[in-house]
Each structure stands twice: as structure tokens, then as C-alpha cells.
Design a protein around this ligand. Structure first.
Ligand code: FUC
Length: 782
């Protein structure tokens, strides 16, 4: 059974079970054009993206295609690396981590340029890139740039229909623009109109910062080119077409621009494609336009909205009284910081925006969202806009199950499937081990080698951690066919750890070596610093969880009895889910090292608290208390994604007020785009999360965090309102959240007490729930 087939079955089920819209439409809106990209509104259909700055005289629409990557497939394995393994491990056992690290840097990193230290546009690793800029220059009769005045400007994004719009007046004429990337015919559309005939005058151009040529053919702007693959220069090919359809007026061509004069209405079609897995992308790009132009704008828009709402309308959330959206979003963010109590709908907007962004930035059969989802305005996107495996790509997927967008986990499973073969080579080259392994970064080309620097690139946890996301899709859906599909991936990952773990003589535990705790370093007794170590806590927790899941899969699928026995045996010798240090914190490493950065943004050693279910306040209260202490010591200020992660941790620790504090701090407004590793996370006016710079994982982590405050199901029962903050207690209602075991859950509350709830499954079954502090077994309804 293919993943596509599974999607169809999931879709059918959920369309019939829920179709309730968020009663009051949620919007982002602004009363002025965007002055910087982080104020523009993102629309996307899982493949194509557009971000308009809403300019009145000049408008720029940034165009994206999620497949547009430089670089190419490569083999960066150092096949001699495993020869250094005994020596690296010997140095680690002798406590000479600094020397081990030097050896890792010499012999145990990726060959060649690796990620290009995050600037990989022109090396084989490559980077995700902007597709282009659609430039529109408007003219208004009787007004030029010197005397141009506009009034009643409103630019907005309506989350309920995934349509962005703009309205303004110039000299008594009302102008409108509408933008959507169609979930119908897979093209972008921009409709430009005015309330009086013959008012539309504009020039259209299309470019990008490099590697393009633009021509006008048959009144269509066509931009094509080929990106750098980092070897012979002949990398991915792309094609973009912009076709304006004009009512009234005149269309002429001037050089590389299209000039439209005195038109009544203009509909611009944007089509694009690349040769990433689509050989006939050129004819396909044309075909998409040909199909789309045959339909009326209204029919296209209706199809777009209907398809989008099949996903979006599955979940609604209300958190009680609110001033709502009478302020433009940028001002609303500032008002929220001053008095969050006045605007409980802002967290709702942020939550549904996260769902909107998931639906808009990935689709079944294509790619998962990258570090920027699918929105990028540069050639060299920060950190290559890649797939970071030491929290970021995982965080991108954290909301999708619980917020009822389960099928949006499948593109990730496809990406990971593509990593298995290269990861097997990496496992052999570096560890002479079975199975497959990936480290800290991957791309659309299947990169699995360690990064080019030991301090961040040597983590062994990447492949195991990503298997958690794949497993969660099964835990939520209980779809056995899916489990059969992903089983070889999980098995291969477990086989790697099963054959690569070594015994730590001090404790007798089986651990990874060499590895790191992302991306932290520590002081050795000799005063030197190192990151390379044996058995960082994250690796121990991840291995335990992965082995447990593979054992369960063996049982549920009735396969691989020998592997199951071997993993069960190993499990007994793995380190426990956590060790409490002398200061009461959870230890990040096997040794009680002092960290170089006590407030480091990564908190990977709490992996066992979230996403893994190894540490819970009820089952492991001591470890939960140590986790809380760890979080206190790390502090709250951090990049956006790290604030979101802390929000999730506190939600799992059942501290709703602390989780809400983190949420409020995640929603701090910022315009800062300078890279800040350590602190300064917040949101831009367009509600995209700032690391800074923009990094979408904070949006998805925040969305997952809000869900986790309202419902949890990782501890053997469905916990309703496990972490509700005081600010949300007065009253609220949720419809269509999901719990593990394929349950759909609706509930209402008043004064912090659940007043009504409904747990629905495909057939009635017994399930444990915790409601208002009482745990009981109930039977779900159909
Ligand atoms: C990891 C983090 C950084 C950033 C990058 C994309 O390296 O440590 O903060 O999120 O990924």
C-alpha cells in the first residue's frame, strides 16, 4: 500500500467525522504595506509559495517552489573513518575528550565541504533557494510617486480560506488584489481589480538574484535557469511562468516586461516546476496553466477553499473572551505583551496559523517543510534552509498528529526512506556497523554523513530521533499498513545502534561513542573544553525509545523474533532514562561535566520528557523534578524554537502557567533578522517565528505546545486539560484534537473544570481518560 493510498483513507474518514469551522474567522491584517520581508504574508499549497509585500506603487511577490535546491547527490563518506574509531574510543575512555575531538575533526567528519558551514549554496550539499521575484509596477491616473496618496489600506490573510487580500483607495477608486496558491489546480493566482473600469495600469517583470534568464513568449513571462550543483555547475533546472489574463485594456510587451494599460481586471497565473523528480517539468508547468485558465476565477477559488478546508476545518479552538482582531496584527502583538489577559484569541490565532502553515508548506507525495517551511527570499537561505536533525525538522512535525493533520507526516516518512541507503554507507564507513545512521543535517539529496565539525556535526541521534516522528504517526493512527511501510526504516535505525553501542566500563551501560549532546560543550578536569563524548543522555533516551518501539512493531507485525530478542536483551543494559546529578538537575552527559554555556539553547537531554514518553510526573516523579530544575537553570530566553521546546517541556510537566509564560515570550514582537544563536526569539509582524532570523520550527513547536497544554495521551491515557494556565481557565472549547490510538476528542470547560467531553473512534472501544483529576475507563463513541 502506498502512502498516497493511506492518505485517501484518512481523508475519507476525517471528512465524514468533522466539518466544523472556527466560528469567528481568524485573520492577520495590516494597515500598511510590508517594509521588510518578515511583514509579508505567506501563502502556499505545499509546493508553491507566494509572499506579497502589498506595495501600492511597486509590489514584489516572492515566489517559491519547495523542491528548488542547489547541490546534488554526493557521497561525502570518508570510508577510512572507521579505522580511527578504536583510537577515538580509547581516548574517550581515558577521559581525553579534547584529543578525541581533534581526531574526530581530522578523520571522522564528512569529506569535502559538508554543509559549507551553513553557506552551502555552491557546494554539493546545496541549499534551499528563492525561486524568484514577481515585480509589479502600478500607475494611477493623475497620481505619481510624488503626489500619490492612498487611503483605507488593508492587507490581510484569512486563515479560514487561505486567501490573502489587499484593498486600498487612490483618488476615489477602490483597488483590490487577492492571492492564493491553489489547492485546486496547483498554480498561484493573483486577481487585481478596481471598482471602476479601465483603472488598472501596471508593468510585470520576473527575476531572481542569479542564474536566470527571463523572456516573454506569447504574452507569458518565462524565467528559467539551472542552479549550481557544487561540482560541474549543472544542477537543478527550473522554469517559472507568469501569465496575465486581462479584461479590457491592452497588453503589450516591452523588452522583458509585460505592460498592461487601462484594464478592468487582471488575473495573474503563476506556475513553476523543477526537474527534482519531474523529468517533464517544462511541459508540466505549461499544462498546469492551461488547465487553470480554463476555469473561472470563482470556480478555481472555490476548489482551492474546499480542498484547504477539508484539512483546516477539522479542528477548532476557543479560549474565551477576547478583544479579537480590531488592531492590526503588529499592533496587536505589542498590546498582547502589555496585557495578555485582554486577548486570548491571539494564542488561538497563533495555533491555527501553525495549522495553516503546515497545510501550506507540505503535501503528501512531496517534501516536508524545511527550516523555513517553503518560504525563502534569498539564494543563501540561513543554515541552507535544510533539514536539521537535532531538533528542527522534528519540531516541524510535532503538531501535525495532535492537531488532526496526520497525513502531513507522510512526506517526512518519504524523505527518511530516501536516507536509508546512503545512511547504510555512512554506518559502514564510520562505525563499521549494520543498519543506517544520519547525523545532524540532511537535504533533499539524502545527506547522512557527520557534519564537517565535530562540535555540532557528530551527533549520533539524528536517525533515531527522526524515527520518533515516524513512530508517532503510527501511535496516533494505529494504521498497520503504515507500520509495515516504515518498519524497515525503524529496524535499520535500531540495527545501527544495536551494532554500534559500546560498553562504558564505569557503569557497564551500552552507549554511543563518539557522539555529542546537541550542540553543547563542557569543561574537562584539565580545564580544556570538548563536545565529543560517550553516551550523551539524548542518545541513551533515544536508543531506549527506538528499541522499545521496534520491539512493539515486531510484536504487532509478527516479524523478526530474533531481532526482538536481541533488542530486549540490549534494553536491559542501556542507561536509565535519566540520571540526577549532585545539583538535582538531569545530567546531560555520563559524567557530571560543567557546561561551557549553562544557558545553552539546546536541551536535548530532556528528550525523554518530550517527545519521548520516558519521563512523566506520574511514572518518574524524581526525573520530572530534575527536568524542571534543568529548565530553571537553562533560563527561558532563547531562540524562538528553543522557547517553543521549553513550552512543550513545561506542558508535559503539567505547569500550565509556566508553559503560558513561554508562549507569551515566544509571541514577543521583533523585526530583528540578525542571526542570534543564544537568545532573542519572538515573532515577526507576520507571526512567523524569529530565531532570529526567521525559522519556522518555532511556529510549529508553539502550535504543538498549545495542543499539549490542552490534551496529552503519551502516558497510557487521554489527559484532558493537563496543563491549562489560569489565563485560559474561565471558559473554552476544543473540537477535533487527536489522541494516540486514533481518537478524536472534543471538550468544553468552565472555571478550569471540564464540563463536557466526547471521545470518538472508528468503532467504540475502551479507553482510559483523566478528566478533572479523575482517571477512569470509558467507552468511546462512533
Ligand atoms: C541548530 C540550532 C540553531 C539553529 C539551527 C538551524 O544548529 O542550534 O539555533 O536553529 O539549528
Amino acid at each position: 500500500m502506498t502512502l498516497r493510498y493511506i492518505l485517501t483513507s484518512i481523508l475519507t474518514i476525517s471528512i465524514t467525522t468533522s466539518s466544523i469551522a472556527q466560528v469567528k474567522p481568524l485573520r492577520l491584517w495590516f494597515n500598511k504595506p510590508a517594509a521588510q520581508w518578515e511583514e509579508t504574508i505567506p501563502v502556499g499549497n505545499g509546493r508553491l509559495g507566494m509572499m506579497s509585500d502589498g506595495g501600492v506603487l511597486r509590489e514584489n511577490v516572492v515566489l517559491n517552489d519547495i523542491t528548488l535546491w542547489s547541490g546534488g547527490p554526493q557521497d561525502a563518506n570518508n570510508y577510512e573513518a572507521h579505522k580511527s574509531l578504536p583510537e577515538i574510543r580509547r581516548l574517550l575512555l581515558e577521559g581525553k575528550n579534547d584529543e578525541a575531538q581533534q581526531l574526530v575533526n581530522r578523520n571522522f567528519v564528512a569529506k569535502g565541504a559538508g554543509s559549507g558551514h551553513g553557506d552551502g549554496a555552491n557546494v554539493p550539499f546545496g541549499c534551499y533557494q528563492v525561486l524568484g521575484n514577481l515585480r509589479m509596477q502600478f500607475a494611477y491616473k493623475g497620481a505619481d510617486s510624488s503626489n500619490m496618496r492612498y487611503q483605507n489600506y488593508r492587507r490581510e490573510l484569512a486563515l479560514n480560506d487561505a486567501v490573502a487580500s489587499l484593498v486600498y483607495q487612490v483618488r476615489g477608486v477602490t483597488y483590490r488584489r487577492e492571492y492564493f496558491t491553489s489547492f485546486g489546480d496547483d498554480v498561484g493566482l493573483i486577481r487585481i481589480s478596481a471598482d471602476k473600469p479601465g483603472q488598472l495600469n501596471l508593468r510585470l517583470g520576473l527575476d531572481r538574484p542569479e542564474r536566470f534568464q527571463t523572456v516573454v513568449e506569447n504574452n507569458v513571462l518565462e524565467m528559467s535557469g539551472q542552479l549550481n550543483n557544487g561540482t560541474d555547475g549543472n544542477g537543478m533546472k527550473y522554469l517559472t511562468k507568469i501569465k496575465p489574463q486581462v479584461k479590457g485594456g491592452k497588453l503589450t510587451v516591452s523588452g522583458k516586461e509585460i505592460v498592461i494599460t487601462d484594464a478592468d481586471e487582471i488575473i495573474i497565473y503563476f506556475s513553476a516546476g523543477t526537474d527534482f523528480k519531474t523529468k517533464n517539468f517544462e511541459s508540466e508547468t505549461q499544462r498546469l496553466i492551461d488547465v487553470a485558465v480554463k476555469k473561472s476565477y470563482t470556480v478555481q477559488k472555490q476548489a482551492h477553499i474546499a480542498n484547504y478546508q477539508k484539512l483546516y476545518n477539522r479542528t477548532t479552538l476557543h479560549l474565551g473572551g477576547s478583544k479579537g482582531d480590531d488592531l492590526p496584527t503588529d499592533q496587536r502583538l505589542s498590546a498582547f505583551q502589555k496585557n495578555p489577559a485582554l486577548d486570548n484569541e491571539l494564542p488561538v490565532l497563533f495555533f491555527q496559523y501553525g495549522r495553516y502553515l503546515s497545510i501550506s508548506s507540505t503535501r503528501v507525495g512531496l517534501l516536508p517543510p524545511n527550516l523555513q517551511g517553503l518560504w525563502a527570499n534569498q539564494i543563501q537561505t540561513p543554515w541552507n534552509g535544510d533539514y536539521h536533525l537535532d531538533v528542527n525538522i522534528q519540531m516541524n512535525q510535532w503538531p501535525v498528529e495532535v492537531v488532526n493533520l496526520s497525513e502531513l507526516n507522510l512526506p517526512l516518512a518519504d524523505l527518511v526512506k530516501g536516507m536509508v541507503k546512503p545512511g547504510e554507507k555512512t554506518a559502514k564507513a564510520y562505525y563499521n556497523a549494520d543498519g543506517w545512521v544520519a547525523h545532524v543535517i540532511t537535504n533533499v539529496w539524502g545527506f547522512t554523513e557527520p557534519g564537517e565539525e565535530a562540535s555540532w556535526g557528530a551527533s549520533n541521534a539524528g536517525s533515531g530521533w527522526i524515527c520518533n516522528n515516524l513512530w508517532e504517526h503510527y501511535a496516533f493512527t494505529k494504521d498497520k499498513n503504515y507500520l509495515k511501510e516504515i518498519y524497515p526504516i525503524l529496524k535499520g535505525a535500531a540495527e545501527f545502534y544495536n551494532s554500534a553501542l559500546v560498553k562504558d566500563p564505569k557503569t557497564g551501560w551500552l552507549v554511543t561513542a563518539p557522539s555529542i549532546s546537541p550542540e553543547n560543550s563542557f569543561y574537562l578536569p584539565n580545564g580544556k573544553t570538548a563536545a565529543i563524548c560517550m553516551g550523551p543522555t539524548i542518545d541513551n533516551q533515544m536508543t531506549r525509545e527506538l528499541f522499545t518501539n521496534v520491539i512493539t512493531a515486531c510484536e504487532e507485525l509478527g516479524v523478526d523474533a530474533a531481532l526482538k530478542t536481541s533488542l530486549e536483551k540490549k534494553l536491559k543494559n542501556l542507561p536509565p532514562p535519566g540520571v540526577v546529578g549532585s545539583d538535582g538537575r538531569l545530567m546531560e552527559w555520563l559524567e557530571e561535566y560543567k557546561e561551557v554555556e549553562p544557558k545553552h539553547r539546546h536541551i536535548a537531554h530532556l528528550y525523554g520528557l518530550f517527545p519521548a514518553p520516558l519521563i512523566t510526573p506520574s511514572k518518574t516523579p524524581d526525573l520530572a523534578a530534575a527536568a524542571a530544575k534543568t529548565l530553571e537553570a537553562r533560563g527561558d530566553d532563547s531562540p524562538g524554537w528553543s522557547k517553543a521546546y521549553k513550552l512543550l517541556f513545561w506542558a508535559r510537566l503539567h505547569d500550565g502557567n509556566r508553559a503560558n509564560k513561554l508562549l507569551q515570550e515566544l509571541l514577543v514582537p521583533t523585526l530583528d533578522t540578525n542571526m542570534n544563536y543564544g537568545a532573542g526569539g519572538g515573532v515577526y509582524p507576520n507571526l512567523l517565528v524569529a530565531g532570529p532570523p526567521f525559522q519556522i520550527d518555532g511556529n510549529f513547536g508553539g502550535t504543538a505546545g498549545i495542543a499539549e497544554m490542552l490534551i496529552q495521551s503519551h502516558d497510557g491515557y487521554i489527559d484532558i486539560l493537563p496543563s491549562i494556565p489560569d489565563a485560559w481557565k474561565a471558559s473554552g472549547e476544543v473540537k477535533g484534537l487527536k489522541a494516540r490510538g486514533n481518537f478524536t476528542v472534543d471538550f468544553k470547560w468552565k472555571d478550569g473544570k471540564v464540563t463536557d467531553y466526547r471521545i470518538v473512534s472508528q468503532s467504540p472501544q475502551k479507553v482510559m481518560v483523566k478528566v478533572n483529576g479523575e482517571k477512569k475507563e470509558i467507552t468511546s463513541t462512533r
